[in-house]
Design a protein around this ligand. Structure first.
Ligand code: SER
Length: 317
């Protein structure tokens, strides 16, 4: 049995991960949230929740004590484009928040999962089949917090024995909770436009490859890494994981197979484009496959079918 606290439970990943954790585990699965982003509906009804602002250590500690938490999923973050506009806040949440979480974990003996990202790489990183261990000199505040977070998490493991683990998520695609302010968000928005029968205006230029992943694979990765046999883990913070890499034309053509009249035009957003250009085209996830048997289930074809079916169902009501 695990007792789990999810910090950021109402966000893009948290809203789905919390529900899946409640399905998989019989212990307390506590939805941590900040005022203004309260859990609603099934998320609220299906288990306990608590106000946990990651910038407030006491709130983290109180929730951990009250619910005898042994595992923390730290999902509080600003996505890349927002972080570029609010770098001070991005640091406060991304790094200050992680420090608070790790300190509580050290004192109360909790394991900690904190996602890293393809954004932890930068223009000096090999772009294709980016290795697990390579140059990480990102130019964005989002990336700076992610690399620093990887280092800090590894430090807490080697210095204090805190069981920290992480994966580098690609752009995550889902029909449930939309992302806000990420560079990879276009690959979610394009499905919404297609399902609504609207033209899509693409903010990322043709030919820009980025790694992407369907949410069910990402959620499984977050759970499997925390369940992995620690004796097999050579790495911890953080593992490359991958399932598909594409550019706007590829996903557009794929959607057109199911929505033949679908139209797209480009209006490139310079901020997002600069961020995308500094990120890898595709990651090499061999270490994750070898050390904890990571394997994706969805490719672009399977994801497109499922996304369009689910969104069309929603918009039909
Ligand atoms: N999806 C994130 C972003 O675009 C990348 O990890 O900011």
């Amino acid at each position: 049995m695990k007792n789990i606290l999810i910090i950021g439970s109402t966000g893009q990943i948290g809203s789905e991960l919390t529900m899946l954790l409640r399905k998989n585990y019989t212990g307390n699965v506590v939805a941590g949230y900040i005022p203004g982003a309260e859990p609603k509906g099934e998320l609220k009804e299906s288990g306990p929740s608590a106000i946990v602002d990651i910038t407030n250590s006491q709130q983290i500690a109180d929730a951990v004590t009250k619910y005898q938490v042994d595992t923390i999923y730290n999902l509080a973050a600003l996505l890349s484009a927002v972080a570029e506009n609010k770098p001070q806040l991005a640091w406060k949440i991304g790094l200050g928040g992680l420090f608070n979480t790790l300190e509580v974990a050290r004192e109360k003996n909790c394991a900690v999962f904190t996602p890293s990202s393809i954004g932890s790489f930068g223009p000096g990183t090999p772009k294709d089949k980016t290795p697990q261990d390579t140059i990480q000199r990102p130019k964005t505040m989002y990336g700076v917090t992610k690399v620093s977070g990887e280092l800090l998490s590894d430090y807490y493991f080697t210095r204090f024995g805190v069981d920290t683990r992480s994966v580098r998520f690609p752009g995550l695609i889902s029909y449930v909770t939309p992302p806000g302010g990420g560079t990879t968000d276009y690959a979610v928005d394009i499905y919404y436009s297609a399902a609504k029968g609207e033209k899509f205006v693409c903010p990322i230029a043709a030919g820009t490859y980025m790694d992407m992943m369907y949410m069910p694979d990402a959620l499984r990765a977050a759970i499997e890494i925390m369940e992995a046999d620690p004796a097999r883990l050579v790495h911890r913070n953080s593992f490359n994981i991958a399932s598909m890499s594409f550019e706007p034309e590829t996903i557009y053509q794929n959607i057109r197979k199911y929505v033949p009249g679908f139209e797209m035009e480009y209006q490139v957003d310079p901020l997002r484009q600069a961020i995308a250009d500094s990120w890898p085209n595709s990651l090499d996830d061999t270490c994750a496959r070898e050390e904890w048997d990571w394997k994706p289930e969805y490719d672009l074809e399977a994801m497109t079918k499922d996304m369009l079916a689910k969104l069309k169902q929603r918009f039909a009501h």
